[in-house]
Design a protein around this ligand. Sequence first.
Ligand SMILES: [Zn+2]
Length: 134
Amino acid sequence: MKKMARSISYITGSQLLSIRRQPNIAIIDVRDDERSYDGHIGGSLHFASDSFSENISNLVQQVKDKDTLVFHCALSQVRGPTCARRLANYLEDFKKDDAGIKNIMVLERGFNGWEASGRPVCRCSDVHCKGEGA
Ligand SMILES: [Zn+2]
């Protein structure tokens, strides 16, 4: 049986709000400079879209104990889905199924939608937020 391409699904802000503290979830923020002045979702990791491809193996290392990755950018229309697809392709091309990543998701409406809905925003300056702020 031919292996199917990994599918990427969408998750809403309210769904993410309820699961984001689970230890198997990683939130991947692929915005570029905006992260430093707009704040971010607490606990998210920053892998900017402009250098995403160079850092992809580093990303896989960082999330080796996670099975669900949630990507977002500002609106999750271009950069978020593009980086999610790049990761899916990377895992397929290099047969990294042992990475343990089962679900690749994109946050609907991105960070801007998250913030506009009044959900918690962290303003720490850590590259990989520990999530204590919000
Ligand atoms: Zn933070």
